[in-house]
Design a protein around this ligand. Sequence first.
Ligand code: GCB
Length: 632
Amino acid sequence: MSLTAAAATAGAASLAGNRAVAQRQPDSPLPRGATAPGRGGLLYPQQNQVRNVLDASGIWQFQLDPQGQGEAQGWFTALPAPRPIAVPCSWNDLFDDAKNYLGLAWYLNAVWVPSGWRGERVFLRVGSANYAAKAWVNGTLVAEHLGGHLPFVADITGQLTWDRKNVIAISVENEQLPGRVPPGPGPASGGVAGVLGGFPATTYDFFPYAGLHRQVWLYTVPAAAHIDDVTVVTTIDGGDGVVNVQVAAAGEYAGQGKARLHDIEADLSFRAGSAEATLRVPSARFWSPRDPHLYPLMVTLTEGQRVTDAYALDIGIRTVAVRGDQLLLNGQPITLTGFGKHEDFPLHGRGLDLPMWIRDYELLRWVGANSYRTSHYPYAEEAMLLADRLGVLVINEIPAVGLSFEDPEELTQQRLTQCLQQLRELIARDKNHPSTIMWNVANEPLGGPPLGAGPPVPNAVEAGMRFFRQLYAEAHRLDGTRPVTLVGVQGGVRDWHGLFDVICVNSYYGWYTQSGQLDLGRQALARELDELHQAFGKPIIVTEFGADTLPGAHNTPPEMWTEEYQVEFLRGFLDVAAQRPFMAGMQVWNFADFKTGQGTMRAAAMNFKGVFTRDRRPKMAAHFLRSRWAQQ
Ligand code: GCB
């Protein structure tokens, strides 16, 4: 099936999910509170000749609120006993008493807004608050949001003062509730939680870091007409690139504008706030890992010669498609090499860490990888911008990890609402990144006992079919230009894969099963890949395979937990894949060791499947992968 031709419609429908109410169990799906700037509204804030940005991150005041009394006591204007905290950062690794605390906490900061901003519309933008957040400006509630990894915005123009500092307060909690996504442990104890146990209790295998994880920004747009959203879709026509630009402008803007790509320019004539232009780039340089060429696109609104608003973005001209069992980039088969990752680093926890990202891209280049998956949640926008620039292919994932379809229907419905919301927000945020080549709607949903320990449960399989049909349809309604996938697990429900464009599967044969027996593991892997190929004839990517490895542990013959075992485990999987032309990629679990909850399965509360340590030193496996990948 070719996915390149269909038009993207993400801009038109992406707003609804950007607002929601945070309440104690269950979360209400009804939107309330935050005012988004228009139909798109998640454009990355930009400083230019018209717009202004103020980064309000830095040292904020912080206070835990285990009794949930802050709102009644007006903590949104002043905290009674604050301590300093860094924003962005998780709170868990900063304070001993907050290590495993996932309840309510308050952040507060006071900022001057420049007087030059008077007359503009000013927005507050919170990049990531994990999980449920409320925001106040000068005592007025301006936004509520659910979902820990995507931005939300609020128009705060009417709340601002100009003769003193403005008080911004944000409350955040990350309670593991069963109706959320990812869900907290439910009746069926979904995900790997059932296997791992662990504290704090989660349905997933990474530490539930909490807090303000990305920047808090104020930014302006012109009060009258302004650009709300830009949607770029590129196609290839012979050697030419064809760039379709859809622009949404606030209100019912019916004026003029321009779209300019280098020296190629087209007029935009707005009707009811919408305009579209198509630009042809003769003999274009197509974006790819080998040549991640970006073209500067500038969209403006104009009144005569005057530019009334402007927004710039660097775009890549490229197509992604599925044909038979092949994944195509610019019409050519592509095979992914790379990793599943985490946003995880000492002290910062899940907080934005730009040096980590620069180092990680350097190591991806060093090891010869061309891709990664944003397991198990959307990553920072800066990471996506860097992937565009450095030519890294990204499978972009919503936080739907730990779903069990043996849980009651009522919970499934709440989770579906959350998944749809997060999918809309993710596509609205990341639709213009050439690096995002695929959307993933879930990781290892369960429809029976984990790791194929028993047959799937028919009712659960059916419930999953209904659930995933809706997610697949919504992803394609919002973006007809990228394949959509589901990451399944070895021995998991096969039928669900049939709904999606690409088959992604996580495999631990030789680790969780066939432990210590690499030969048997390889045979089991080969069998499963062949069966999947025979059943569906679609491209297959193994999105996880790996073995916990204590750096410095050695033995021969290889034993589990040693560096030798990790190398031989990875070698076996890569060999099995290399013999199968239908394999579209292999992504090792994990790029680096990462923090988990405490439990008998996780030494020192760490997952040690990284090929780099948590502080990014290579294990033997990293050198091995480099020998396989960097030469190609
Ligand atoms: C998986 C999960 C991942 C875990 C990994 C493991 O299947 O998708 O989140 O961390 O296994 O190491 O067990």
